[in-house]
Design a protein around this ligand. Structure first.
Ligand SMILES: Cc1ncc(COP(=O)(O)O)c(C=O)c1O
Length: 429
């Protein structure tokens, strides 16, 4: 380990406390990024197969320039008129179904989900929230409470009821009717809330259930679940913090894989390519209920610099056809992974949309037993060989491949070769 890195690690442990964590057995000290590449303090380079925030590539010059230009001109807040926030709201809502015509801005995905909860509660006059059972929706008190990945059952308030994550590989249901069968649990959750004297305000789902193990909801799941919660007076919130902005290739938003229009869409991470921009898009009638309750203000949310960054990200997605690239390179990568699965018994499942791909490792393909230790060893072996990824899911056995959308087929080949060698090294151990 680089001497400065050791020193930094020590200082960090002293100063940041124990709640923070670091990736990898040997933590990385990154100093520079460009496109899909990251560089450490010792000059080694890594292919970034993990970071979705750097959506259009690390330090994309168009985004950097837009931020610098606006920062040199003016940065205030949304209580003054400025074109950027209005221009961005116009371009963003144009990417969504017509009824979703009102945008509100904040700085993090947690804030976006917090705001969505407030809107849902104010519009429905109800407080119940239905979530999938290993979801993560944020770090604030309210979003922590609806994040079963972090908030253990003993801390979970009575207004939160979980439904099984619609996992068709290792979950409860697998066949063609899995969507309907999983959605029926939303009705059970409504009944559970009702038995507690609570009405549902919302069903919220990460539309590619990342924390659940990069779970792709089966056909009909989102639309049926949304219909059930609406029947009970609640709203459907699509958390697009990870899947949004073209990552899934075939669609700009994750929810669009199913025939459903959410009542509220939340977004963040890739929106500013690393600059903290997040937001909520909803219907005007729903946003109005919050307006009537004292309104909304966020000191930093929607400021001219953040909106310049977000506008520049949309420019690059369009100019470089990155949604299309996600689709093509995603398909190429999945085909390559299927090739590797012929030689590596430990690859149990490969699933994904565009450049949001899961590689699920198992110790037994028949029984689908999670290979937790192997996944962790593989993540570290990949890092040693210059490819960054991470593992996720309730059993931490799913490698999450979620690179910047500028990944090329040559980068995919590089990754596949190193993955092949890493799996070989780890299964030989
Ligand atoms: C699906 C989802 N929603 C919300 C959040 C919270 O976003 P932030 O960390 O920007 O507050 C995350 C962050 O990981 C997320 O993955």
């Amino acid at each position: 380990v680089h001497r400065d890195t050791q020193h930094l690690l020590h200082r960090r442990e002293q100063l940041l406390g124990t709640a923070y964590s670091l990736f990898y057995q040997e933590p990385l000290h990154l100093v520079r990024g460009e496109g899909v590449w990251l560089y450490d303090a010792g000059g080694a380079r890594y292919l970034d197969m993990y970071n979705n925030v750097a959506h259009v590539g690390h330090c994309h010059p168009h985004v950097v320039e837009a931020i610098c230009r606006q920062a040199a001109m003016l940065n205030t807040h949304t209580r003054y008129l400025h074109e950027n926030v209005v221009d961005y709201a116009e371009r963003l809502t144009a990417k969504l179904p017509d009824t979703l015509d009102t945008a509100m801005f904040c700085c993090t995905g947690s804030e976006a989900n917090e705001l969505a909860l407030r809107i849902a509660r104010s519009a429905t006059r109800a407080r119940g929230v239905i979530v999938t059972d290993f979801a993560y929706h944020g770090n604030s008190q309210a979003t922590w409470e609806i994040s079963p990945e972090d908030c253990a059952p003993e801390h979970r308030p009575d207004y939160v009821v979980t439904v099984p994550s619609p996992d068709c590989y290792r979950g409860l249901y697998r066949g063609d009717d899995a969507g309907k069968l999983y959605a029926a649990h939303v009705q059970n959750a409504i009944d559970t809330l009702s038995a507690r004297g609570i009405q549902p305000a919302a069903f919220i789902i990460d539309t590619i259930a990342s924390s659940g193990g990069v779970v792709l909801p089966p056909a009909g799941y989102l639309s049926t679940a949304a219909a059930l919660v609406r029947q009970a007076g609640g709203l459907f919130i699509a958390d697009e913090v990870q899947p949004g902005f073209g990552r899934t290739g075939s669609n700009f938003w994750g929810f669009a894989a199913d025939a459903v229009v959410p009542d509220i869409v939340t977004m963040g991470k890739p929106m500013g390519n690393g600059h903290p921009v997040a937001g909520v898009v909803t219907r005007a009638d729903l946003a109005a209920t919050l307006g009537a309750e004292g309104g909304y203000f966020n000191t930093f949310g929607g400021n001219p610099v953040s909106c310049a960054a977000a506008l520049a990200v949309l420019d690059v997605i369009e100019a470089e056809a990155l949604q299309q690239n996600a689709l093509q390179v995603g398909q190429y990568l999945v085909a390559g992974l299927r090739g590797l699965a012929e030689r590596h018994e430990c690859i149990g499942d490969i699933r994904g949309n565009g450049l949001f791909i899961a590689l699920e490792l198992v110790t037994d393909r028949e029984q689908r037993v999670p290979a937790t230790a192997l996944a962790s060893a593989t993540v570290n072996a990949l890092r040693e060989r210059g490819v960054l990824t991470g593992s996720i899911g309730p059993d931490n056995n799913v490698l999450k491949l979620r690179p910047p959308l500028v990944l090329s087929t040559a980068d995919a080949d590089y990754m596949l070769d190193i993955l092949d060698r890493s799996l070989e090294a780890c299964t030989d151990m």
